[in-house]
Design a protein around this ligand. Sequence first.
Ligand code: HPA
Length: 281
Amino acid sequence: MTGYDIHETISFLRERVTRAPHAILVLGSGLGGLADEIEDAVRIPFEKIPGFPRRTQELAGHAGALVAGRWNGVEVATMQGRFHLYEGWRPQDVALPIRALAALGAEVMLLTNAAGGVRPGMTPGDLMIIADHINLMGTNPLIGAVVPGEQRFPDMSDPYDAGFRRIAEEVALELRIPVSQGVYAGLLGPSYETPAEIRMLARLGADAVGMSTVPEVIVARALGIRCFGISCITNLAAGLGGTHLSHDEVMEVGARVRDRLAALVRGVLPRIAGSNLPSEA
Ligand code: HPA
């Protein structure tokens, strides 16, 4: 049971977001400021939206509002800040915004996050296009009753759309922004990993590690939404850099690469939103 009526959320948003959003943007790692570029913006604090999880505290860097409008020619609904499982939200809480925005018409989702670099050779400030993920959060946002329009056992063989990734590689080349592709391991957090856990993740095939994105993408795929994600590598994962990890370092590096990441997102979004490329592996 979800404990709330998603129809209330949907009708509340429909009244205020009058033009159907085509793309959901989930902006982590200090990129929330991009929402200031949205034209004809409707900004609704999360706590005003029926059914949305109620925040009890603010974590620095996470603003907490839905901002809808036109951005670079695309109708978007932006999650300025996101709900992390480590904050104590239930998996279905994290799923709700995506389900509601899908009901409003969203067909595409673009996410950014901060992540630790696991693959040898990664350096803080690198940008990684997420090619695939490993769900190590120990839970799944689809747990519970099947939501109408979703499958019980959705296919996850193309979680991060191959066509979108190709477009992003082209845009990055045009903008001369170095990028790589890799596998994102999603862990529950909120403690960072131990060096032994990072060695395990490397052996499992992870290139980067973080505490978000995976739940949103699972829900989106269950709804048939095509996804694109970029990780900003803010630090070397535990045991790889010889220093201790700190949230301040993550925020600092995130701020340093913000412009490059923002340029990439600006370039990619109109191209993926306008693309009718078949989704292929
Ligand atoms: N581990 C998990 N999450 C993170 C990290 C990390 O090293 N850096 C930024 N988010």
